[in-house]
Design a protein around this ligand. Structure first.
Ligand code: NCD
Length: 320
């Protein structure tokens, strides 16, 4: 076992062999998910609660499907309708749920660090489904699995992450993961959408798309995260598309077999041309969604194994 974590809060604490282990386990679930009967009992008897304090389509749906396919009892908390609206704090809500003995808590929250804080207060395994601008570990893992399957490897690739880097937890988790696996990552986008501590990241930065995409193997596009912007970060969407939107002409600077990725939700005609997004010869956007279910199954399976190991260890210790 390389993945020995109690929680999955970010990519930062993971060693490369732990990342590889999650991806290898996920491969088995890709195969299972393509069968007519998709059940395993890896999480049988366990209770999974999904708490999404921010909107989500893909992530929430795939965590729910992942839990159900592995035999967990899955509950989705409707956070809009919950006591949070009555002023209950995140921690109070977590402690209330904790008293119901969940085993896996999947949390998305608009504040960076909120999920780490919550993990310190509860007894179960916590999975970060995106916290503010901080991390989105399962997204980076599903992106890694998609790249590994498309390119046959996950090292020594040239990867461009493009667009709104500053507000993107997807970019952050991907940067960390792809760096740990020894790839060359470049960031491409306007100076206003680059994170402030950019020089500490040890990556190449381009403000020109054509230069930034030159000879890359992977083009990862990001959504303009307007909900995290509080001012004029871009001149206009039209101007942005003209300079940074991925179209066939800009993509022609990448390697001829370069793949195009996007975590979704996608704004066609803002950061990406709809025809490129739908081009099955270039775009792996649908594969990313498919890998999302498998990677979340793998992450929860491995956390459950660690939970069971810890419990049997404690019982043995008790007998000694
Ligand atoms: C991303 C997120 O929520 O961080 N979406 C996702 O999980 N697939 C990216 C985004 O919102 O743009």
């Amino acid at each position: 076992m390389s993945f020995t974590q109690r929680h999955l809060l970010g990519i930062e604490p993971l060693r490369p062999d732990a990342i590889t282990e999650i991806l290898d386990v996920a491969e088995n679930y890709v195969a299972l998910n393509r069968q007519l009967t998709k059940h395993s009992n890896a999480l049988a008897g366990l209770t999974q609660i999904n708490m999404f304090f921010e909107n989500s389509t893909r992530t929430q749906a795939s965590f729910e499907l992942a839990g159900k396919r592995l035999g967990a009892d899955v509950m989705n908390m409707a956070m809009q309708a919950s006591s949070i609206k009555k002023g209950e704090t995140l921690i109070d809500t977590a402690l209330t749920l904790n008293a119901m003995h969940p085993d896996l808590l999947v949390v998305r929250h608009p504040h960076s660090g909120a999920v780490d804080l919550l993990a310190q207060k509860v007894n179960c395994a916590v999975l970060n489904a995106g916290d503010g601008k901080h991390e989105h570990p399962t997204q980076a893992l599903l992106d890694a699995l998609t790249i590994r399957r498309a390119k046959g490897r996950l090292h020594r690739l040239n990867i461009a992450i493009c667009g709104d880097i500053a507000h993107s937890r997807v970019a952050r988790s991907n940067l960390i993961l792809l760096g740990k696996m020894e790839n060359r990552v470049r960031l491409v986008g306007p100076p206003t959408l680059m994170p402030s501590q950019i020089s500490e990241l040890g990556v190449e930065v381009y403000h020109d798309m054509r230069q930034g995409l030159q000879d890359v193997d992977v083009v990862m596009m990001l959504r303009l995260q307007r909900e995290r912007m509080d001012g004029g970060f871009i001149p206009s969407e039209r101007e942005y598309y003209h300079r940074y939107g991925l179209d066939a002409e800009k993509l022609s600077y990448a390697k001829p077999d370069a793949i195009v990725m996007h975590p979704g939700p996608m704004n066609r005609g803002v950061e990406i041309d709809g025809d490129i997004a739908d081009d099955i010869n270039r775009s792996v956007i649908q594969e990313q969604v498919e890998m999302g279910v498998a990677v979340r199954m793998a992450a929860m399976d491995l956390l459950a194994r660690n939970m069971r190991n810890a419990q049997s260890g404690a019982q043995l210790g008790g007998q000694a």
